[in-house]
Design a protein around this ligand. Structure first.
Ligand code: UD1
Length: 417
């Protein structure tokens, strides 16, 4: 077991480079199994979710070659096997093997997926989509068995623009007969990265990034190459740190358009920054104004930045609100922030944050990935020493976070317990 220890209050200056998007990579890795042959994925982030997916890919008898951030997946000997519970529960994205294996073999056996505890996280929309394409779904204890004689394209109207369901249905429809249209599809930018990968393999998909995606089924896919887009949530987290502690902190390798909703809020709060084509430089803002934020699906304010943004709001002069609309339980960070001295009133999923309050270092626990990120932001600005436990959550999604922060002046380390 490990913990993160932070001595707060030190300015951050220099350069941080953003890695590949976790939410793209965790779909691109399973997607590689749709192709016959070798696919190369570049800029894969060094996170533990990646390693959990590698275990599943290897179990299915594929070869993985890794050279730093470039991975090659060879599916020549792919075998469709039961994905056991100890692997599927390691992460949410294990469910992408459902769409992929259903598409390729018309049969999947997989235990329920895991993931952060930020809500009940049903996968009914994924299953509804698979059913509409012709799959029969059997639930046995903690396992799903999916079978289809054939998958046939159809029109699927999602009740909610779920990221995971959109991607999974796209996978299942790629090798189906005929045309599938997904309406009310998720518009997150990661979807475009995934569509590009599939199209380079020979798929015929259009419309990713809009609310209607059309997939013309093809018979076969071949190996190809793709680069993971930059992680807009990792970028957002470091941008927030820059607004709180920056002394000319530059964050490189970003796509500014992907963080427009964050910039809109920073503008309202009076944060000044210098934006270039693929980098942003910012310094600590002394007089932050409060704001009211509601999380929304893309291009709205991302739910994954709710928690780190909450820390910035504790430093605004006045009353801010943060309302979560995507997940019913994205509140795990609030007790820790309160323990550190933040003045927060929570009613359901809406927090009223009254600033500005000084935060003090203490012992706290990460309850999920983005809550953990928020606690790091809080520890960096707090007076004294903050110790964060249950840091596995953080390492699932933020690559080399300790090194990236130490290199720009943060006093942060990982300790074995
Ligand atoms: C993805 C992201 C996650 C992000 C979320 C919303 C990955 C690996 N994770 O998660 O970081 O917070 O998008 O931007 O890409 N829902 C259902 N039934 C379903 C599927 C979803 O009711 O079948 C509900 C969920 O409970 C939740 C909402 O829809 O309330 C959003 O879920 P979804 O967009 O599917 O999130 P994920 O793909 O799991």
């Amino acid at each position: 077991m490990e913990r993160i220890v932070i001595d707060g209050g030190f300015p951050l200056s220099g350069n941080i480079t953003i890695g590949g998007a976790k939410n793209s990579a965790v779909a691109l890795i399973p997607a590689a199994l749709l192709a016959d042959g070798i696919s190369t994925i570049k800029n894969v982030p060094n996170i533990t979710d990646r390693d959990a997916l590698f275990e599943i890919v290897r179990l299915l008898n594929c070869k993985i070659e890794q050279n730093d951030k470039i991975i090659k997946i060879d599916t020549s000997n792919l075998e469709n096997k039961l994905i056991p519970q100890q692997l599927s529960v390691k992460l949410r994205a294990s469910y992408y093997f459902m769409g992929v294996l259903l598409s390729k073999y018309k049969h999947v056996e997989i235990y329920f997926p895991g993931g952060c505890n930020i809500g009940s996280r049903p996968i009914d929309l994924h299953l509804k989509g698979f059913k509409a394409l012709g799959a029969k779904i059997t639930k046995k204890k903690h396992k799903y068995i999916l079978d289809a004689e054939e998958l046939k394209g159809t029109t699927i109207n999602l009740d909610f623009a779920s990221v995971g369901a959109t991607i999974n249905i796209m996978f299942a429809a790629t090798l189906a007969k005929g045309t599938t249209i997904i309406k009310n599809a998720a518009k997150e930018v990661e979807l475009i990265n995934i569509m590009d990968f599939l199209n380079k393999m020979g798929a015929k998909i259009s419309g990713a990034g809009t609310d209607t995606i059309t997939i013309e089924g093809v018979e076969k896919l071949h190996g190809t190459e793709i680069e993971v887009i930059p992680d807009r949530i990792e970028a957002g987290t470091y941008i927030l740190m820059g607004a709180l502690l920056g002394d000319n902190l530059t964050i490189n390798g970003i796509i500014p358009d992907h963080n427009k909703a964050l910039f809109a809020e920073l503008d309202k709060m009076g944060v000044s920054y210098k934006l270039n084509t693929s980098s942003i430089t910012l310094s600590k803002c002394e007089n932050l104004k409060p704001t009211n934020i509601i999380t929304q699906v893309y291009p709205g304010f991302p739910t994954d930045l709710n928690q780190p943004m909450g820390v910035l709001l504790t430093q605004a002069n006045g009353v801010s609100t943060m309302e979560e609309t995507i997940w019913e339980n994205r509140i795990g960070h609030y007790p820790s922030l309160q323990k550190m001295g933040a003045n927060i009133e929570l009613k359901g999923n809406k927090a009223t944050i009254i600033g500005k309050t000084e935060l003090k270092g203490t012992e706290i626990n990460a309850t999920d990935l983005r809550a953990g990120a928020a606690l790091i932001v809080a520890g960096l600005i707090a007076k004294g020493t903050t110790t964060i436990y249950d840091i596995d959550y953080i390492l699932r999604g933020y690559e080399n976070i300790i090194n990236k922060l130490s290199n720009v002046g943060a006093k942060i380390k990982i300790e074995k317990i």
